[in-house]
Design a protein around this ligand. Sequence first.
Ligand SMILES: O=C(O)CCC(=O)C(=O)O
Ligand SMILES: [Fe+2]
Length: 211
Amino acid sequence: MTLFKGARETFADGLIYAPGYLDIREQDALLAAVEAAIEVAPLFQPRMPRTGTPFSVKMTNCGALGWVSDQERGYRYQAEHPETGRSWPAIPVLALRAWEELGDYPHAPEACLINVYGPEARMGLHQDRGEADLTAPVVSLSLGASCIFRWGPTRSGKTQSLELASGDALVLAGPARLAYHGVARILAATSALLDGDRINLTLRRVTKPKR
Ligand SMILES: O=C(O)CCC(=O)C(=O)O
Ligand SMILES: [Fe+2]
């Protein structure tokens, strides 16, 4: 495994933050790869289980499996796009590199969820726990507008905040793997890339590898 040698900060609860992980050229290249993926796998609007309330974030995926949610069947991973029925496109190489350099995990990721936030979009505090192998990290990359990212050990308790900017990486692993986290708001006029929108990619291992 190659290790990223740039700056990184580990918070007390195990959350690893690598600011500026992607330089400007890499951000442009990753954005181009995301745009190509959206051509094949169009953005969809997921809905909350039971209530059917739409998320304010639009989504798509890359990889063997993709995260989807609708009113009837709720949160799940599946191999097909929920609207086109087609398989998901391949995970961008720069995202795979981030998994290898930052993830400290010996198996490949299976899903790369792509979240697209408009200026008013946000994501409530939640845990990522739909994956069978919770020893695997979640590796996140951000592009475009900055956001206020929040996390804490419980849903209702105290949270800490971090401003995530374009090119930043974040890893939820070890004691932070099941941290509650979310996006409190998007910060206007923080990036020329994407004109006020924000894109976040999260790489995930979904199934338990055969050992
Ligand atoms: O947009 C982010 O930074 C976080 C996204 C997230 O938590 C998720 O997709 O589960
Ligand atoms: Fe999450």
